[in-house]
Design a protein around this ligand. Structure first.
Ligand SMILES: *[C@@H]1O[C@H](CO)[C@@H](O)[C@H](O)[C@H]1NC(C)=O
Ligand SMILES: *[C@@H]1O[C@H](CO)[C@@H](O)[C@H](O)[C@H]1NC(C)=O
Length: 553
């Protein structure tokens, strides 16, 4: 089968989507696609998903005009793999994005990992159909493979004609003022260790300089480097975290370094606007992905949103993000694209429940009635994402019928969809079976929460011995118990049958997964000096401001 995986069809249908299609055939041949992705937005962070104190009028309106997906599951509970799945329609495990160690997202702009170039993306699929394609905002799927500017993972090599944004992700260190240098402060408990190792290295270096000949001087030099280099590199990296990672690119060029978050949301909207204006002029169908930095830390909502919401800086972020959604929809209206544009709004994963700001304030999302959050494997809070689709004249507003097995969703993007009554299997931790009205879900493992809480220190680990494995697995009926609080008795014959069925499906899934080298092994995650972007060529003074936006700085 052509890897024309899924994509929009999958986006919409992977999971228990309940949309009623009027008649796709009668619609125009090439619908435009606007895909809007929020970062870390929780299910309970949006007005139309049940939040009555946060103000999201634009997203709510989109839901009124389209359909709300109340059971849409991201393929992973953290950004990099979940975004890769969104773009490819394939489970992250199939291309090496499995949690093999603590870190399961890209952390450095200069690491070698990312979405493997041979994966077929939504962008490539749209291009094959003659679409003009752009991705604006956060990418988080890598830049280079082996050499600087091979750009093997770059959006422009993955099916997009235009790119503007942060190739990595928003990070706390990009904050300005007192909240800067977050990472290095977080590591302050290791300061002594770092200083001691540098001091020992210094002593050896002195011995080398003094030419103490007890052992050869080269040995002293070696010991000096051995003790001091790792600490110095470590310190340098984290001290300059904002500089080395806060890179803004326009196509292949680094245009801003370090990123200035002030006004960044408005800049993304402006970039989207320019792209739409060009399509208005040339009439080509388009795929536009607006991938907001919000609502991930660092918090950066500017006026008039700063201090406006009832939920502190995090609420301000949500409301600014909602504004930017509204701006995009307004542009569609103004350019008369609305009627022929499929709009899909979603979040990459659930709210980050452990995220605490500098002043002890919560800076992470709220997942409503769902338990757990970002990074917490199988828990619905981290994977059930607020999702909306709107396609005037095709998707009937507020419709609630289950999709038939075979559905042609968008002309040109059709594919036989066998509604496999099961989720994709996020991290092989979860799988579902629907029996009548009931939806059963198992956890093969669960995160190790700190006692008395439902979270870990900063983020829960998700592999090997840092999670608790369950055999037999934990079983829940999430139709009746969406909060996953009532364990079902796995010894009951009916439940045993369900678990057998789930094992059967998991094994079938596993046997369909080919071996793929991990994208998250240590050496692929580490920063590689020769892959480091430096906009003006004099590291570490890589300061640049984008001339297009100079008036904003
Ligand atoms: C609304 O969202 C805010 C921000 O995440 C959260 O603190 C609050 O608890 C939510 N309220 C409801 C009723 O869900
Ligand atoms: C790069 O930026 C730094 C800091 O602003 C500056 O000192 C340096 O001269 C610049 N280098 C070039 C080649 O422009």
């Amino acid at each position: 089968m052509h890897p024309v995986g899924m994509i929009i069809v999958t986006l919409a249908l992977l999971l228990l989507v309940e949309v009623q299609i009027e008649s796709a055939e009668s619609h125009q041949k090439s619908p435009n696609i606007l895909l809007i992705v929020a970062d870390d937005l929780g299910y309970g962070d949006v007005g139309c998903f049940g939040n009555d104190t946060v103000h999201t009028p634009n997203i709510d309106k989109l839901a009124e005009e389209g359909v709300k997906f109340t059971h849409n599951i991201a393929a992973a509970s953290v950004c990099t793999p979940s975004r890769a799945a969104l773009l490819t329609g394939r489970h992250p495990i199939r291309y090496g994005m499995m949690p093999g160690n603590f870190i399961r997202v890209n952390v450095f702009s200069s690491s070698m990992n990312g979405l493997p170039p041979d994966e077929f993306t939504l962008g490539e699929m749209a291009k094959e159909q003659g679409y003009s394609t752009a991705l604006i905002g956060k990418w988080h799927l890598g830049i280079n493979c082996l050499t600087y500017e091979d750009n093997c993972h770059h959006p422009l090599k993955q099916g997009f004609d235009y790119y503007y944004g942060l190739p990595l992700t928003n990070l706390r260190d990009f904050a300005t003022g007192t909240e800067k240098h977050y990472v290095i402060r977080g590591l302050s408990e290791y300061t002594e260790l770092i200083l001691v190792s540098i001091a020992i290295g210094g002593v050896f270096f002195a011995l080398y300089l003094l030419k103490m000949e007890w052992i050869g001087p080269v040995v002293f030099l070696f010991l000096a480097l051995l003790f001091s280099m790792p600490s110095m590199v470590f310190f340098f990296l984290f001290r300059n975290f904002h500089l080395i990672n806060g890179i803004v690119m326009r196509n292949f060029d680094v245009v801003e370094q370090p990123v200035d978050l002030e006004g960044f949301t408005a800049r993304l909207v402006n970039e989207g606007k320019n792209f739409l204006l060009q399509r208005h002029r040339d009439g080509r169908p388009f795929l536009l992905i607006m991938s907001w930095l919000q609502v991930h830390t660092a918090m950066h909502a500017g006026p008039p949103f700063k201090g406006r919401s009832k939920h502190g800086s995090y609420g301000d972020e949500i409301e600014e993000m909602d504004w930017s959604v509204g701006e995009m929809l307004k542009l569609l209206d103004e350019m008369e694209f609305t009627d022929n544009t499929f709009v899909y709004f979603t979040s990459d994963n659930g709210g980050h429940v452990e995220e605490i700001g500098f002043h002890g304030n919560r800076e992470g999302g709220w997942n409503g009635i769902f338990r757990g959050g970002k990074g917490q494997g199988a828990m619905d809070g981290g994977i059930r994402v607020p999702t909306i689709a709107r396609y005037p004249g095709v998707v009937k507003p507020g419709s609630g019928d289950r999709l038939p097995d075979k559905q042609y969703f968008l002309p040109g993007f059709e594919r036989d969809v066998k509604t496999y009554p099961s989720y994709s299997v996020p991290l092989i931790l979860v799988c579902c079976v629907i029996l009548g009205e009931d939806v059963y879900k198992v956890h093969f493992a669960s995160p190790r929460w700190h006692p008395g809480t439902e979270g870990c220190g900063f983020i829960c680990g998700c592999h090997g011995s840092i999670i608790t494995w369950h055999d037999p697995p934990l079983l829940f009926n999430i139709q009746k118990d969406p909060s996953e609080r009532h364990l079902l008795d796995v010894n009951e014959p009916k439940h045993q049958e369900i678990i057998q069925e789930i094992y059967h499906r998991v094994n079938k899934f596993k046997s369909s997964v080919e071996d793929h080298p991990s994208e998250f092994c240590i050496w692929k995650l580490l920063p590689m000096p020769w892959l480091q972007a430096c906009c003006n060529g004099t590291f570490p003074y890589c300061h640049c401001r984008d001339p297009v936006y100079t008036s904003l700085h």
